[in-house]
Design a binder for this molecule. Structure first.
Ligand SMILES: *[C@@H]1O[C@H](CO)[C@@H](O)[C@H](O)[C@H]1NC(C)=O
Ligand SMILES: *[C@@H]1O[C@H](CO)[C@@H](O)[C@H](O)[C@H]1NC(C)=O
Ligand SMILES: *[C@@H]1O[C@H](CO)[C@@H](O)[C@H](O)[C@H]1NC(C)=O
Ligand SMILES: *[C@@H]1O[C@H](CO)[C@@H](O)[C@H](O)[C@H]1NC(C)=O
Ligand SMILES: *[C@@H]1O[C@H](CO)[C@@H](O)[C@H](O)[C@H]1NC(C)=O
Ligand SMILES: *[C@@H]1O[C@H](CO)[C@@H](O)[C@H](O)[C@H]1NC(C)=O
Ligand SMILES: *[C@@H]1O[C@H](CO)[C@@H](O)[C@H](O)[C@H]1NC(C)=O
Ligand SMILES: *[C@@H]1O[C@H](CO)[C@@H](O)[C@H](O)[C@H]1NC(C)=O
Ligand SMILES: *[C@@H]1O[C@H](CO)[C@@H](O)[C@H](O)[C@H]1NC(C)=O
Ligand SMILES: *[C@@H]1O[C@H](CO)[C@@H](O)[C@H](O)[C@H]1NC(C)=O
Ligand SMILES: *[C@@H]1O[C@H](CO)[C@@H](O)[C@H](O)[C@H]1NC(C)=O
Ligand SMILES: *[C@@H]1O[C@H](CO)[C@@H](O)[C@H](O)[C@H]1NC(C)=O
Length: 683
C-alpha cells in the first residue's frame, strides 16, 4: 500500500463522496428529491425474487416476431422492411417510463411505437389507457434518408408510458424502399422517483412456498410502479386521441396512485389496500403520505367530504372511499408515528368523521347516500353491509387515533357508536341472514351476499364472534378454479376484494384458506404467460380473459384493465403481519404482537422498517415443535400469541415461560416479550 499524505486522503475522500452522491442522485428520477433508502433493510437470498432492476435504464430481454413467436434474444438487430413490418420487444416483466431507440434507416416512411402490458394486445396500437372513447394508438415519427443513416428517438415526457411489458415497433410507408434496422431499445424507468436504489426494500418475506414468495415480490414491485412523479399523472379530461401523462396530481416528489398504466391518479378506495401493503413491503412513508395529503387538501371545506379521487379527475360522492381514506390515515400513523402530520390534519380528520357520522341514524347504522365506489354493479346505498363494515372500521380506527391524540372523550363517543352499529348490523332484523350464514347486501336487499362486505366484516372485526366461521365458510363458496367470484359484480374476480378476503380469513386464523386463495388467484395471474408475470392485475373474468368490467365502461376488447394495480397487493401485509405474524400495535411499532400462523407452511420469515427501526421474525416447524426468532428495536415490547397446546412448554432464550390465556381467542395463549433479538421455542 502506498502511503499518502493526509491532505491527499481527505481530497480522495471528498472526491469519493462527491462521486458517490452524484451517482446516487442520478439514480433518482430527474426533478425528484432523492430521499429514499440507499440499502435494503434485510439483505438475504430472498432478494433474488425482487423484480426491480438495479438501474433505471433497462433493455428488453428478447424480441418476438409479429405473430408473437420468439425471434431472438436481445440485443437483436431486428430488420423492418417496407410497409407494416413489426417487431415486438419483450422486457420480460412490467416496466414504465420513457423509451429511447437507436436505429439505421434508408428510404421514406414512419416508425411507430405501441405499448401493452399483456401479450394479447401487442400490435400496431397500444392497449387502452387514456380513459376516453378513442384508442391510444401508437407514437409515430417520420424518417427520410437516401442512404443508410443512423437515427434515434425518445418519447417526449407527456407520452411517458407508466406500465408496459411489450413495446411493438413497426414501419409504415407508401414507398417500396424503406428499411429500418433496430439497434437498441431502452426504457428509462420513472417510477419510485425519489429512490436512488430501487431494490432497497424496507420489508421482506420468505417461506418454503416459492409461489407465495414470488407473489409477495410481484405485489411489492406493483406498488413501486404505482409510486410516481406527481407531474406524470394522466391528463383529464381524456385527450381526443393518443394519451398524455403530464397532469399535476399535487405536491411532493412521489405519490402512490392506483395503477402504473392508468389511471395514474390518487383514488381513495385503492389506498385502503395499497397504503398498508406499501408501508410493510417498501417502508415508503413519503408516497403514502403525499397521497393522503392530496385527498385532505382537496377536502370539501364546507361538508368535510373527502374526494373519491384527487386532481385532475376530482370526483366526489363516495362514502365508501371517504372512509377508506380515513382508515388508511390510521394505518399510516400506526406505522409512522408521524405526529406532526396527524396534528396538521386532525381538524380535517374530525370534520371528515362528522361528515360520515351525520349519515348514521338512530338505528346505529350508516345510510350510504354517496353511492359511488369500486365499481360493483350491486348498489351500495342505504344500510349496505360494505358501507357499514367500513363505518365500523372507521369508528374503531378513529377511536385509536383519538386516544393517540390524547382525546379520550372523542374516542369514547366513537367506540360507543361502533358498538351500537355492530349490534344492529349483526341482527337478523337488519343485515345478518341466519340461513345463509352471511351478511346480505343491505337490510333490504337479500339478492346477494356480497364478498366485499362479508370480507370486511372479518377484516374490520364487525361480525359477531358466533358469525365469524360462517362468514369465512360462505366466502369460500364463491371460489372457482381461478379465484373468488364476487356476487356484487357477477362473472368478475377482484384481487382488490380478495385482498380484504384474505386478511379476513387470517384475522380469524383460517390460515390455510387464506393461503389457498392467494395461490389460486394471484398464482393464476402470475403464472399466466399472457400477462406481465411480475405484477398484480386490477381484475379479470371468471372465464380467464382480461375482460374486467368490459360491459360496464371499460373497453370491450379487454385492453383497458391495469395489470399493475396497487389495490390488488393485499398479500404483502397479509403475509408479514399475519403469517409471519409480526404486526405493529402502537405508533411506530412501539408495541407489537408476534402471532405466527403456520397454515401448511414449514417455515416463514419477514420484516418491515418503521422510523423506530427494523422489525423481523422467522419461524420453522420442527419435528418436536416450533422455533421462532425475532429482532425488534430494543425500546419496543410485544406480546407473543401461540396456539394453546398444553402438551408443550414455551421457552424464551432457553428460559421456560408461564403463559396466560389470550384475549384474542380461547385457543391462544399469550406471553409478554421484550424488544431486541431473542429466540423462542414451543416444544
Ligand atoms: C431519464 O430521463 C430523464 C427525463 O428525461 C432524464 O433527465 C435522464 O437523464 C434520463 N436518464 C438517462 C440515464 O438517460
Ligand atoms: C424537470 O423540471 C423542468 C423545470 O421545471 C421541466 O422543464 C422538465 O420538463 C422536468 N422534467 C421532467 C422529466 O419532468
Ligand atoms: C401499411 O400497413 C398498415 C398496417 O398493416 C396498413 O394499415 C396500411 O394500410 C398499409 N399501407 C399501405 C400503403 O399498404
Ligand atoms: C443511442 O446512441 C447514442 C449515441 O451513440 C447513445 O448515447 C445512446 O445511449 C444510444 N441509445 C440507446 C437507446 O441505445
Ligand atoms: C423521400 O422523400 C424525399 C422528399 O422528402 C424525396 O426527395 C425522395 O425521393 C424520397 N425517397 C424515396 C426513396 O422515396
Ligand atoms: C401514405 O400516403 C397517404 C396518402 O397520401 C398519406 O396520408 C400517408 O401519410 C402516407 N403514409 C406515410 C407513412 O408516409
Ligand atoms: C337513506 O337516505 C335517503 C336519502 O335521505 C332516504 O331516501 C332513504 O330512505 C334512507 N334509507 C334508509 C334505509 O333509511
Ligand atoms: C399525548 O400525551 C402524552 C403524555 O402526556 C404525550 O407524550 C404525547 O406527546 C401526547 N400526544 C399528542 C399527540 O399530543
Ligand atoms: C350478536 O348479534 C346479536 C344481534 O344483534 C346481538 O343481540 C348479540 O348480543 C350479539 N352477540 C354477541 C356475542 O356479540
Ligand atoms: C389472450 O390471448 C390468448 C391467445 O390468443 C387467448 O387464448 C387468451 O384467452 C387471451 N387471454 C386473455 C386473458 O384475454
Ligand atoms: C411518537 O412521536 C411522538 C411525537 O413526535 C414522540 O414524542 C414519541 O416518542 C414517538 N413515539 C415513538 C415510539 O417513537
Ligand atoms: C390483552 O389485553 C391486555 C390488557 O388489556 C393487554 O395488555 C394485552 O396487550 C392484550 N393482548 C393483545 C395480544 O392484544
Amino acid at each position: 500500500m502506498v502511503s499518502l499524505p493526509n491532505s491527499t486522503r481527505v481530497h480522495i475522500l471528498i472526491l469519493w463522496l462527491i462521486l458517490g452522491l452524484s451517482d446516487f442522485s442520478k439514480a433518482c428520477w430527474v426533478n425528484s428529491t432523492c430521499s429514499g433508502p440507499l440499502e435494503p433493510s434485510f439483505p438475504g437470498p430472498w432478494e433474488k425474487n425482487i423484480f426491480s432492476p438495479s438501474s433505471r435504464i433497462v433493455s428488453p430481454k428478447r424480441a418476438l416476431n409479429a405473430d408473437k413467436g420468439f425471434h431472438a434474444n436481445y440485443p437483436s438487430h431486428s430488420q423492418l422492411k417496407s410497409n407494416g413490418s413489426l417487431a415486438i420487444y419483450d422486457f420480460g416483466q412490467l416496466v414504465g417510463g420513457l423509451v429511447s431507440i437507436n436505429f439505421t434507416a434508408i428510404g421514406n416512411g414512419s416508425i411507430g411505437l405501441s405499448f401493452t402490458e399483456a401479450k394479447n394486445f401487442t400490435g400496431f396500437v397500444s392497449d387502452e389507457s387514456n380513459g376516453g372513447s378513442t384508442p391510444d394508438g401508437a407514437l409515430l415519427f417520420e424518417v427520410s434518408s437516401q442512404s443508410p443513416t443512423k437515427g434515434s428517438y425518445s418519447t417526449p415526457i407527456e407520452k411517458l408510458r407508466g406500465g408496459f411489458r411489450y413495446l411493438s415497433i413497426f414501419t409504415l410507408t407508401n414507398s417500396t424502399k424503406f428499411e429500418v434496422t433496430m439497434e437498441s431499445v431502452e426504457v428509462n424507468l420513472s417510477f419510485q422517483p425519489s429512490w436512488p436504489n430501487l431494490r432497497a426494500y424496507g420489508g421482506y418475506f420468505h417461506s418454503n412456498d416459492n409461489l407465495l414468495n414470488r407473489i409477495w415480490y410481484a405485489s411489492v414491485y406493483t406498488l413501486q410502479s404505482n409510486n410516481i412523479p406527481p407531474t406524470t399523472g394522466r391528463a383529464w379530461p381524456a385527450p381526443d386521441n393518443s394519451w398524455s401523462n403530464d397532469a399535476n396530481l399535487g405536491p411532493g416528489s412521489s405519490v402512490l396512485v392506483d395503477g402504473a398504466k392508468r389511471d395514474r391518479a390518487v383514488w381513495a378506495g385503492d389506498l385502503g389496500i395499497s397504503i398498508p401493503s406499501s408501508l410493510v413491503g417498501l417502508g415508503d412513508l413519503e408516497s403514502s403520505k403525499n397521497s393522503l395529503n392530496i385527498l385532505y387538501i382537496n377536502q370539501n371545506s364546507n361538508t368535510g367530504e373527502l374526494p373519491e379521487v384527487g386532481p385532475p379527475i376530482s370526483f366526489f360522492g363516495s362514502d365508501t372511499y371517504h372512509m377508506a381514506t380515513m382508515i388508511a390515515t390510521h394505518d399510516y400513523f400506526l406505522f409512522s408515528n408521524d405526529t406532526e402530520y396527524l396534528e396538521s390534519i386532525w381538524s380535517s380528520y374530525i370534520h371528515a368523521m362528522n361528515f360520515i357520522i351525520s349519515k348514521v341514524d338512530n338505528t346505529g347504522l350508516l345510510n350510504v347516500t354517496g353511492t359511488s365506489g369500486w365499481g360493483r354493479s350491486a348498489s351500495a346505498a342505504g344500510y349496505s353491509t360494505i358501507g357499514n363494515m367500513l363505518m365500523y372500521g372507521t369508528l374503531k380506527t378513529g377511536a385509536s387515533l383519538a386516544i393517540w391524540m390524547n382525546d379520550s372523550n372523542l374516542a369514547k363517543g366513537w367506540e360507543h357508536m361502533a358498538a351500537k352499529l355492530k349490534t344492529t348490523i349483526n341482527s337478523p332484523s337488519y343485515n345478518w341472514d341466519s340461513d345463509a350464514g352471511a351478511f346480505k347486501n343491505s337490510n333490504s336487499d337479500q339478492s346477494i351476499f356480497p364478498a366485499d362486505g362479508n370480507s370486511m366484516a372479518l377484516s374490520f372485526d364487525g361480525a359477531n364472534a358466533s358469525h365469524l366461521t360462517k362468514v369465512s365458510d360462505h366466502l369460500s363458496n364463491n371460489w372457482g378454479p381461478i379465484g373468488a367470484m364476487v356476487p356484487e359484480m357477477p362473472g368478475t374476480i377482484s384481487p382488490y376484494i380478495e385482498s380484504y378476503e384474505i386478511k379476513g380469513h387470517l384475522k380469524i386464523r383460517q390460515t390455510k384458506r387464506a393461503l389457498d386463495l392467494i395461490r389460486l388467484s394471484w398464482g393464476w395471474y402470475l403464472n399466466n404467460p399472457m400477462g406481465t408475470e411480475s405484477s398484480t392485475i386490477e381484475g379479470y373474468n371468471e372465464d380467464g380473459s382480461f375482460l374486467y368490467t368490459a360491459n360496464e365502461g371499460y373497453d370491450k376488447a379487454g385492453s383497458y384493465p391495469s395489470h399493475a394495480h396497487g389495490w390488488s397487493t393485499g398479500p404483502v401485509d397479509a403475509l408479514v403481519n399475519y403469517v409471519v405474524g409480526l404486526e405493529p400495535k402502537s405508533p411506530g411499532g412501539a408495541t407489537w404482537t408476534l402471532a405466527p400462523q403456520v397454515g401448511d407452511l414449514s417455515f416463514a420469515e419477514g420484516g418491515f422498517t418503521t422510523p423506530l427501526g427494523k422489525f423481523s421474525a422467522a419461524w420453522q416447524i420442527k419435528s418436536n415443535g416450533l422455533n421462532l426468532q425475532y429482532d425488534t428495536p430494543s425500546i419496543t415490547s410485544g406480546v407473543l400469541c401461540l396456539p394453546l397446546d398444553s402438551s408443550k412448554r414455551i421457552f424464551v432464550d432457553g428460559i421456560k415461560q408461564r403463559a396466560k390465556p389470550s384475549n384474542i381467542s380461547r385457543d391462544l395463549i399469550e406471553i409478554s416479550l421484550p424488544g431486541g433479538k431473542h429466540t423462542i421455542s414451543q416444544l
